[in-house]
Design a protein around this ligand. Structure first.
Ligand code: ZN
Length: 419
């Protein structure tokens, strides 16, 4: 195994992180918690603007900010580039970065990526671990997770006890609320209390989620989705995933198992899916589905069958070079993708669908005819075509989502802290 460590190349963002929600609604959180979240979301903000944004009297804001300053959650900074009418630099509030550290880890078949961020959401360090692509036991996976975690902490000179929460995401059916792993294509076991196992292993509070939700949280906290009330994310990697944001919040369903777009059926008694059922969308467009088709339809002597990744790349190159059998495989997958996307449009009509994942490099997936076909299969065919964007982000963005998962998990607890 190979641990790569590098300083994060990401620039510091002065514009904050987290969903930019309208603050008129009652979120159920305490006002102090909302003050903290609003400051984090804004990056830097004055007391006056904070009072306006939350529709709260300046006196109340001053009192709540005073508590958060005493607790070391917020800090004051003078903006020396400007002066007020009284000739002093205005004072802005921002999150005290060392108020808490969280780690986000994205686990996948061949690679684990970890990111350390501070309480303001700024990335401090990242590490990744390349491992043998295979299904593994949960104990092996936790061993690998511990390795990438410790490499990350060593780089930042921190201990496990310095971490307020670890956000852990992986493909499969993960019940976030219960902390339960129902099924995952990277694990040999099923039905495990994953969160408890991870907390026992690392001695740190852990939040677990499905990896498509991580990408969606990354968009909601750090990306284009920050200012959007509703949007959908569809991921295509080893499998097909989906995340849905409704009114600035991730929708997970009653048992945290919603939005399994990859396992919606597109064919009765169809192709066998890795979940064990038949006719799932994923069984027609995910990596393993393409590789399965390739090994049947094409002369295997043309292929290095060492890994599915290598095989898929070769299939793509053959399609590009004009091999008709290879082209048909991609075209068919593209049509199934269009069908799946049209179903998303017909169910939710989101103002934006973001396509994400490694497979986006294969341009058949966002080719114009896929989008045309999606539009043709959507009910409202006379309206403007559904807005679809492709964000070909790497594992680091998924790890950002895992960090957002950890930050949102501890947000209330941090702001409710007593001095
Ligand atoms: Zn399935």
């Amino acid at each position: 195994m190979n641990v790569e460590i590098s300083q994060s190349p990401l620039p510091e963002s002065p514009t904050g992180c987290g969903p930019i929600r309208p603050e008129t609604e009652n979120t159920g959180s305490s006002l102090r918690s909302r003050v903290f979240e609003t400051v984090r979301s804004a990056g830097r903000i004055s007391r006056i603007d904070l009072a306006k944004r939350l529709s709260v009297s300046p006196a109340s804001i001053t009192a709540l900010v005073g508590e958060l300053l005493d607790l070391g959650m917020l800090q004051e900074q003078s903006d020396t580039t400007r002066t007020t009418s009284r000739g002093r630099p205005p004072v802005a509030l921002s999150v005290q970065p060392d108020a808490g550290y969280v780690v986000g880890i994205k686990l996948s078949r061949a690679n684990h990526t970890a990111l350390l961020v501070d309480a303001a959401g700024q990335p401090l360090a990242q590490a990744s671990l390349t491992c043998t692509p295979r299904r593994r036991s949960v104990s092996q996976m936790l061993l690998e997770t511990g390795q990438v975690l410790d490499a990350l902490l060593k780089q930042a000179n921190l201990e496990r006890s310095d971490i307020a929460c670890i956000g852990l995401g992986m493909p499969g059916m993960i019940d976030h609320a219960a902390g339960h792993m129902v099924w995952s294509p990277i694990l040999t076991e099923v039905d495990l209390p994953l969160r408890r196992f991870a907390e026992d292993a690392f001695g740190v509070p852990v939040a677990v989620d499905n990896d498509a939700n991580l990408v969606t949280l990354a968009e909601l906290w750090f990306g284009k989705g920050r200012a959007m009330a509703d949007f959908a994310v569809v991921t295509i990697e080893q499998g097909v995933g989906m995340g849905l944001v409704i009114n600035h919040r991730l929708y997970r369903g009653a048992g945290s198992l919603g939005m399994e777009l990859g396992h919606t059926k597109v064919q009765m008694d169809g192709a066998l899916c890795q979940c064990g059922q038949r006719g799932c969308l994923e069984a027609y467009i995910a990596d393993y589905a393409l590789v399965r088709e390739a090994s049947t339809a094409l002369d295997s002597s043309h292929f290095d069958t060492a890994t599915p990744e290598v095989m898929l790349q070769q299939l793509y190159e053959q399609a590009k070079a004009g091999n008709e059998a290879a082209r048909v495989i991609f075209r068919r997958a593209g049509r199934f993708l269009a069908l799946g996307l049209a179903n998303v449009v017909n169910l939710f009509d989101p103002p934006l669908i973001i396509l994400s994942g490694e497979r986006m490099q294969y341009d058949y997936l966002y080719a114009d005819d896929v989008l045309r076909e999606m539009h043709a299969l959507s009910l409202n065919r006379d309206a403007a075509p559904q807005k679809v964007e492709t964000h070909a982000w790497g594992d680091l963005m998924w790890a950002h989502g895992a960090a957002a998962l950890a930050l949102s998990e501890i947000a209330d607890a941090m702001a409710e802290r007593r001095g």
